[in-house]
Write a protein that binds this ligand. Sequence first.
Ligand SMILES: Cc1ncc(COP(=O)(O)O)c(C=O)c1O
Length: 439
Amino acid sequence: MDRRHALASLGASLVGAACAPLPVTARPAPDAPASPAVPPLAVPLGETPPGDPFWAMVRAQYPLTHDRVYFNTGGLGPATYSALDTTARITAELQRLSETGHNLLEASRAPIAAFFGCGEDELAFTRNATEANSTVASGLKSLGPGDEVLFDAHAHPGGSIPWMSRAVQYGIVCRIFEPDAPTPDELVARIEAALTPRTRVISVSHITAPTGILLPIAQIAELARRRGLWLHVDGAQSAGMVPVDVKAMGCDSYGTSGHKWLGAPHGTGVLYVRKERLDEIAPTEVGAYSDNGTFDLPSTLSYAPSARRFEPGTRNVALIAGMAAAVAFMSQIGMERVKGYGHALARRAAAGLRSIPGVTVLSPAHPALATSITTLKMANVPYDRLYNYLIGTHKLRCRIVTERGLDAVRVSTHLFNNEDEVDRLIGAVATAARDGVPG
Ligand SMILES: Cc1ncc(COP(=O)(O)O)c(C=O)c1O
């Protein structure tokens, strides 16, 4: 029996469940907190600026503690009750039946592919952005010794090390450009100036992790097309912060994590590869499900005719269903609304912080480059002391930025934050600027 038939013969309840919610049968563990009755989210048709009561309703969808203010979505984002409950419910049901539920993957793939604007056959589930980036960096066939990959100097190790490792192992050459440009045009000009006849790939953060610069991907894609280059986008900071339409962006591949701005469970991510270019990436991690469904020894191997070839072996289907629930939540609110709110809070933070003597905001001032990330530095307080002061004294959870010697503190503002929290941050930094922070 080939695997397709084996899948079809799985328990009828699971096959049917691919389209319908699984029944709740498991009891929570005795001391596991049960989800409170969360008020249903009614999304208004009109504008919902910061201060609109709608955002308090959004905040109520998260189990995120109120004991501190969470400003580190760029590191790890909290999930909603709905995403966590979906994951727990499917985990329980699959454990009860002792089935992998592999067939349920397809029920999650359609809405998640739609969220990113690609075809289902162009989307593979990964454990995180790093794995997606690595699949592209280790697999691109066109790269030989001496060929060059250009990436931004603010790339996260999850975006740079996959290329650096290929350089160590196979002799490609990595070059970097500085993405902290005053305008989008200047940024693209810097990329163009860094290209050489040996450049084969441009790999960029969609939004940079250290200071939150939004890269003009459509413009960079146009350049890449003109020069015959592969464009890979590391979207770890963009999925769930801004609308992402990979086709409109025009990139060849895009990888992201689910567990940041999207609010999916930990250990989720996706890789998009443009259908026409799928065969240009040699699958490096392969096994059952990478084939076209008919493989049996001693026949030759034919890969799955889709990005599913990058998804070998048994998967945690419940996590992916949780990601589908996160996507549904974001879509219900609307990604333009989510982006507008997070960016508005960041603008408030940046304006307040810039008005404090001795404080420098490193995030872009240009509106086309600015995002929901605000990174700051103080003249009189070292970044690590500032970080400890904000979390220790004021219960404001930010993140330090040591990359590229920036030695700063990063603040991520997302849909569960609010203006009062931002004002608390500004007040705390103002106090630190005035009184200093004891070491
Ligand atoms: C731009 C970027 N790429 C990749 C990563 C790595 O993410 P993950 O650990 O989910 O693979 C991060 C994490 O912060 C990031 O900001």
